[in-house]
Design a protein around this ligand. Structure first.
Ligand code: LMR
Length: 348
């Protein structure tokens, strides 16, 4: 009996060993889960970054640089996939897609964000920024940090402001030198109360339209003119339908770089730190690069395009500013005077 029990136990033990060994040979892929490379791949974090401009623009290139730096700094753990030219979402759709978590990052112009962050309307005041250094001082300094915090109440995390550059005026009709030249012309504008008001004060009719539609609407003569940076005018070929360009530097086109806050809070702190470092490096690069790109693309446009270019004289500028006077007064009524002074005083 004793021998029988021992024999039975040995048989059961043998069966257990057989099953364990056999399972490993039948399901060899089980072993692969501990393979380091596979493990790393499984944990890769994807950030979909959607924007609406061309790749060869300050925003397009900054997005690519940011993607490279993030990949490098996180040792490949985070992959930023950049979708330019509005191929995923237009500028009127991207914010909704970000909030719905369909994408993780966008970089809309701050003008397009003023419905959500009314405090940013101040940034659209004409002739607010003196030069590129002034814009850099505002956007990369304490004021920039304060301005970004307005996003926190809206379930979004602001990572930085990027720059495109100074906006210029274009027209298909005639040169735009004096306020009277704007009278009764229809201008495409991005969204933003201040931008609309600016054109109304010049006697023009502003119409809000998505950037994605600008090329076709200018081609179809829906608008007589528009305002944009040299970089956007050149990279989108808008000059083909707008043969009069006034170098007015009257407004500044900057971007708020935003990440979905739920996604942001879900990633480890160490990765957040690496992303912030990559963003900081990209932002400083973008601030320098945007100035150079606009200058270089103006030269290319002069060589390649049949376009007449006018520089706004100081006297004409003074007359534009007189027209804009009511706007500065209106703004002072509903915006923080302190913030406006802070912006004006910033130096780099
Ligand atoms: C525009 O609508 O003209 C710009 O905001 C496009 C952009 O993102 O530069």
């Amino acid at each position: 009996m004793k021998h029988f029990i021992i024999a039975s136990l040995l048989t059961i033990l043998g069966l257990i060993v057989f099953i364990l060994v056999d399972t490993e040979t039948i399901f060899p892929q089980e072993k692969m889960t501990v393979d380091e490379e596979q493990h790393g791949l499984k944990e890769q974090i994807h950030i979909v970054f959607s924007h609406v401009v061309a790749e060869n623009t300050p925003k397009g290139l900054a997005a690519q640089k940011f993607a490279e730096l993030v990949y490098e700094k996180t040792g490949g753990r985070v992959k930023v996939e950049v979708y330019p030219n509005g191929i995923l979402y237009s500028d009127t759709e991207e914010l909704k897609a970000l909030n719905a978590g369909e994408i993780q990052m966008i970089a809309p112009s701050y003008s397009n964000m003023t419905e959500v962050v009314p405090e940013w309307r101040i940034l659209d005041l004409p002739f607010l920024f003196r030069d590129y250094d002034h814009a850099k001082a505002v956007f990369t300094g304490e004021t920039g940090k304060e301005l970004l915090q307005f996003l926190d109440n809206n379930n979004m995390k602001g990572l930085a402001f990027w720059s495109n550059g100074f906006k210029q005026m274009t027209s298909s009709v005639h040169p735009l030198r004096e306020p009277v030249d704007f009278k009764n012309l229809t201008f495409r504008v991005m969204s933003g109360d201040i931008l609309k008001r600016q054109f109304q004060l010049l006697g023009a009719k502003p119409v809000t339209a998505s950037f994605t539609d600008v090329y076709s609407s200018l081609e179809n003569h829906q608008f007589d003119g528009q305002e944009n940076t040299i970089s956007n005018i050149y990279s989108k070929g808008l000059y083909q339908f707008q043969p009069h360009l006034t170098l007015s530097n009257h407004g500044y086109l900057g971007y708020s770089v935003i990440i979905n806050s739920e996604f942001w809070n879900s990633i480890p702190a160490v990765i957040q730190k690496q992303i912030i470092e990559a963003m900081h490096e990209t932002t400083l690069w973008n601030m320098e690069e945007s100035k150079k790109m606009n200058e270089a693309q103006l030269e290319k446009m002069k060589e390649q395009a049949d376009i007449s270019i006018y520089e706004l004289s100081n006297d004409s500028k003074a007359r534009w500013m007189t027209k804009f006077q009511p706007l500065y007064q209106e703004v002072e009524r509903y915006m923080s005077q302190e913030l406006l002074n802070q912006i004006r005083k910033s130096t780099y």
